[in-house]
Design a binder for this molecule. Structure first.
Ligand SMILES: Cc1cc2nc3c(=O)[nH]c(=O)nc-3n(C[C@H](O)[C@H](O)[C@H](O)COP(=O)(O)O)c2cc1C
Length: 208
């Protein structure tokens, strides 16, 4: 990995960053700390650490302490990744690691509003209300349109179903079965049109 990074750094005129897990596993002392130093030495400009071993896949909790340990031994920015699922997690991850940033993976798909929520909490100390049902439907509709355009109607409709959770705790369960049965974009659109999201407070309003 270090040699690959060295060659890439030498070959391009751009900052080169690396994202990696903490080790293969189940080492007791993870290679990430030594690796961070060595990557910095070959000119890598930044490092993101997914705080799990390769062997565990996505099982178990990410251990953010490894991002802190890597951060402590280098001057380049280190970004902590793994299990940042809410704005509160983002604040806690930064506090606990002293890292330059957090990287959000799965929550970006399941709850794309996490970015504005994290920004509001980090920059202004504000807890935003969850997205309205209208916003949720709008994002689902946009994903449907993009997926159909990119993959054709049948496959586009099918792959969009994996995003049902972003419809939230009310519309998600209410529409799930019908969305899984729908075979055309028109039927999905009709289902979305028919759910008439109730008026909820605007997203920028702050939770009391
Ligand atoms: C569907 C999916 C695709 C992913 N693709 C990549 C990828 O292409 N490159 C990468 O570095 N990490 C990839 N990851 C890993 C994530 O970037 C992230 O490191 C990991 O999911 C842990 O962060 P999270 O707990 O916020 O999801 C992927 C993860 C998922 C679930």
């Amino acid at each position: 990995m270090v040699e690959m990074a060295r060659r890439v750094v030498a070959a391009v005129d751009l900052p080169v960053t690396v994202k990696t897990r903490i080790g293969w596993g189940p080492e007791s002392e993870m290679p990430i700390v030594d690796l961070a130093r060595r990557l910095e030495d070959v000119g890598v400009a930044g490092l993101t650490v997914h705080c799990r071993t390769a062997q565990v896949g996505h099982r178990g909790e990410a251990d953010w302490r490894w991002a802190r340990r890597a951060r402590e031994v280098v001057a380049i920015p280190v970004v902590v990744n793994g299990d940042v699922r809410s704005a509160e997690d983002a604040v806690r991850a930064l506090d606990e690691t002293g890292c330059a940033g957090v990287m959000i993976g799965r929550a970006a798909i399941q709850h794309p509003w996490i970015f504005r929520e994290a920004r509001a909490l980090l920059e202004r100390g504000q807890r935003l209300l969850p997205p309205t049902d209208g916003e949720r439907v709008a994002v689902y509709r946009a994903l449907l349109t993009a997926n159909v355009a990119a993959r054709g109607e049948q496959h586009g409709v099918e792959v969009t179903r994996r995003h049902v959770p972003l419809l939230g705790p009310v519309l998600g369960p209410a529409l799930r079965a019908s969305l899984y049965l729908a075979r055309t974009a028109g039927v999905v659109e009709d289902l979305l049109d028919g759910c008439r999201p109730h008026r909820a407070p605007a997203p920028t309003e702050v939770r009391a």
